[in-house]
Design a protein around this ligand. Structure first.
Ligand SMILES: [Fe+2]
Ligand SMILES: [Fe+2]
Length: 299
């Protein structure tokens, strides 16, 4: 009799579980790929050759790429921007080097290119925008620059904490998902701003140092965080520059020459999973995809 009772209970439990499973809402986790600073011709080649495969493999819904070093390692020009948009990039973000070439200024109005938001309002361009992802989600992307150790780098930036406080109410009105590319030098400033924004934005990605950090995490409030997503370019180098040129600078103090390295090319960045219904991140993982063999390859 006990066996029969147990079987009956098991039967009803199974029915109940099956019923509850049909009641669980099915959330689609959208996938956002953010590509680290694209450095010169090697970085652009990495994007051209590796991005299509990454989109297929990971079912990416939206692509953000930092392009502040795409033109010969410094800045962005109209032909280089056109070349990058031949690849499936939804929006290009930038940083201090975006001010190298004035010719890109008209493109700020005609193309999805963002420069840091927290510079003087009289400067050309914009620092944020609304976009549509391939899954239909409305996504706000913001580009901001840090202030610690960033003096004399690009145009003067205002306090990013106060600046994004003012901006967020506007972004929340029209977007499901908010991603910030915070272009800054100091990990302290990046981590402090990440914690400050936890639960208020979907993802915080650091850029600028060209060295990928291993501190990716989803913070308790649901914000995906990483201090720096790295560089898409030649890694057998000193942050993209030919190593012999960089070593000469340190040995002699002479700032002579600028040569983009060609070796150890890889695409670096992160893929972020976001629940578009809540705007909260569920995961973040680093990407390091090699394009060519070289002594700095770590994979
Ligand atoms: Fe950079
Ligand atoms: Fe930079």
């Amino acid at each position: 009799m006990n066996h029969i009772g147990t079987l009956v209970r098991l039967y009803f439990c199974t029915i109940l579980l099956a019923y509850q499973r049909t009641k669980v809402p099915k959330y689609h986790l959208m996938k956002i790929l953010v590509i680290g600073d694209i450095f010169g011709r090697p970085g652009r080649r990495a994007v051209r050759e590796l991005l299509p495969g990454l989109l297929r493999e990971h079912h990416i819904d939206f692509v953000i790429a930092n392009g502040e070093n795409a033109a010969g390692g410094k800045g962005l020009t109209p032909p280089i921007a056109e070349e990058l948009f031949q690849s499936p990039i939804n929006v290009i973000t930038a940083g201090n080097h975006i001010w190298e070439h004035d010719a890109i200024h008209p493109y700020f109005d005609s193309h999805p290119i963002l420069r840091p938001h927290n510079v003087h309002e009289s400067l050309p361009g914009r620092g944020w925008g609304y976009f549509s992802a391939s899954n239909g989600a409305r996504i706000a992307v913001v580009n901001m620059q840090g202030t610690v150790y960033m003096e004399e780098k690009g145009h003067k930036a205002e306090n990013a904490f106060l600046s994004i406080d003012k901006l967020l109410p506007e972004l929340e009105k029209f977007s499901d998902v908010i991603v910030l590319d915070f272009h800054a030098e100091a990990t302290s400033e990046k981590r402090a701003l990440g914690w400050y924004l936890d639960g208020r934005i979907s993802a915080f990605v650091g850029t600028h140092t060209h060295v990928q950090t291993a501190d990716e995490q989803v913070l308790p409030g649901g914000t995906a965080y990483i201090s720096d997503i790295g560089m898409t370019g030649p890694h057998a180098s000193v942050i993209g520059l030919a190593k012999e040129v960089a070593i000469h600078r340190f040995l002699t103090g002479e700032r002579k020459g600028f040569k983009v390295s060609e070796d150890g090319v890889r695409l670096e960045g992160v893929i972020i999973d976001v629940d578009e219904k809540t705007g909260r991140a569920r995961g973040i993982r680093r990407i390091q995809e090699s394009l060519s063999a070289g002594p700095a390859i770590i994979k």
